[in-house]
Design a protein around this ligand. Structure first.
Ligand code: C2O
Ligand code: CU
Ligand code: CU
Length: 467
């Protein structure tokens, strides 16, 4: 299969913008990686926790030694705050739109009624509010929330509308995995800045987004003790794929993906994350002497490798005791019932460099009035999804359900990070994946789409109705 670094196009000049900031002018590993700010509920009653957030534009200190950057945020945080939830405990979030444009808040990976899914047409107008109810009737998972307003999601998320949502349960809590300060959430994304330190947004512009932000800071460092850490990595990029590896090539342990823990851990030296995907890994820094510096690198383009090939640096600054371990069995995954329906989905977009590219699924661009796929409640289906482009990478995300990846390019998926529950799967040019999902929980209309936000905004999205 073709690799993601072969993609051409983009780079459109942005009207009225100043010249680009050279990514090389931003010092690497000069800023500490912040931890995501945890949002406290304003009230807890019985089985429900109540939260409030206001979306607003703020000036954030992102680039060291540069003016602040205007960003669109949940509650003034860039990226947004972290909500800690527990399976079986309901979360209710009142979202107020303090921005000048309609928004929609989607909790990615959540099993929710249509009315709280934050679909593309379920908009909150400027000045308005909406209360989302998240039942959390699903196992532990590293979820995240982001904007989903039709045609606007790409720019909104790019300008800052994303946040973290960790859902835990007893299965996860009973394990002796690294916890507390040794359990760290890390959100990755790409960005392009102008010389005034402002974010530059243009559609399909990802070859020019060559600054890597980690928890909202460019190429930060993070001080760690020489012991095991659990790193929950979120790819919150618009379009950038990452092949994450440690600079000394050493192994880490993959313990989970989008939908929580894997059945068992896998040793790996690289993990591929397309936009929207999550990886849960354990890195044992005890192999490094105090004083060591280990860079988290990215092996997948496009862009200058001296910039996009680096993500962040771990500085081993002290020793610490470590009672944590990674058990050889992590959880039991749900059975795969026999599938009764097979479907095909072909993803494509124009590759002719037209100024207004269009995204298609099965030859059709998104129409919010049209139901593309009718599904019987309770049924189990196998979806074969192909990226028919020559160059462009895509991925595939389904709302409402977690799926399993049965095959990639005709080969059964029997090990690694794709053996777990997934809600998003990478599909590079020419690749085909076979997915299996069971449609239970809620009836209603939901979307599936390519999670490169530029592509979903270009129409690479469809509606499915479960009834
Ligand atoms: Cu992460 Cu439809 O979205
Ligand atoms: Cu989603
Ligand atoms: Cu795509």
């Amino acid at each position: 299969p073709a690799t993601a670094d072969a993609v051409e196009g983009g780079g459109a000049a942005v009207e009225g913008g100043t010249a680009d900031l050279d990514p090389g002018s931003i010092a690497k590993f000069a800023v500490r990686m912040p931890l995501p700010p945890v949002l406290a509920p304003y009230s807890v009653s019985g089985t429900t926790s109540y939260y409030r957030m206001t979306m607003k534009e703020v000036a954030a200190a992102i680039l060291p030694g540069m003016p602040t950057t205007k960003v669109r945020t949940y509650n003034g945080k860039f990226p947004g705050p972290l909500i800690k939830a527990r399976s079986g405990q309901r979360v209710v979030v009142e979202q107020t739109n303090g921005l000048g444009q309609p928004v929609s808040v989607h909790l990615h990976g959540a099993h929710v009624p249509e009315s709280s899914d934050g679909g593309p047409m379920d908009l909150i107008q400027p000045g308005g509010s909406k209360t989302y109810t998240y039942p959390n009737q699903q196992p532990h998972a590293n979820l995240w929330f982001h904007d989903h307003a039709h045609h606007q999601e790409s720019e909104h998320v790019y300008r800052g509308l994303s946040g973290y949502y960790l859902l835990t349960d007893d299965t996860e809590q009973q394990l002796p995995l690294p916890s507390g300060q040794f359990d760290v959430s890390i959100a990755l994304r790409e960005a392009r800045f102008d010389q005034a330190g402002q974010l530059v947004y243009a559609m399909d512009d990802w070859p020019n987004r060559n600054v890597i932000l980690v928890n909202g800071k460019p190429w930060p460092y993070f001080e760690v003790a020489a012991r095991k850490y659990r790193l929950r990595v979120f790819n919150q990029s618009n379009g950038r794929f990452f092949d994450l590896k440690l600079s000394d090539g050493s192994e880490f342990t993959l313990i989970g993906g989008d939908g929580g823990l894997l059945a068992k851990p896998y040793r790996a030296t690289v993990v591929r994350l397309s936009p929207g995907e999550r990886a849960d890994i354990v890195v044992d820094f005890s192999r490094y002497p105090v004083g060591s510096k280990v860079v988290l690198e990215n092996g997948l383009g496009p862009g200058p490798v001296e910039h996009v090939g680096k993500v962040m640096r771990f500085d081993v600054t002290r020793t610490a005791t470590d009672n944590s371990s990674v058990p050889s069995t992590l959880r039991t995954l749900p059975d795969l019932p026999p599938a009764t329906v097979n479907r095909r989905f072909d993803l494509s977009m124009d590759e002719d460099g037209r100024p207004d590219p269009v995204g298609y699924i099965n030859g059709r661009t998104y129409d919010h009035h049209r139901v593309d796929t009718e599904i019987a409640y309770g049924s189990t289906e196998v979806w074969t999804v192909t990226n028919t482009n020559q160059l462009a990478p895509h991925n595939f995300h389904m709302h409402l359900v977690m799926f399993r990846v049965l095959e990639r390019n005709g080969q059964p998926v029997t090990e690694g990070f794709e053996t777990g529950l997934k809600d998003t799967v990478s599909i590079l040019a020419g690749e085909t994946v076979k997915l299996q999902a069971t449609f239970t929980g809620y009836r209603g209309t939901y979307v599936y789409h390519c999670h490169l936000f530029d592509h979903s905004a270009m129409g690479m999205m469809g509606n499915f109705r479960v009834s």
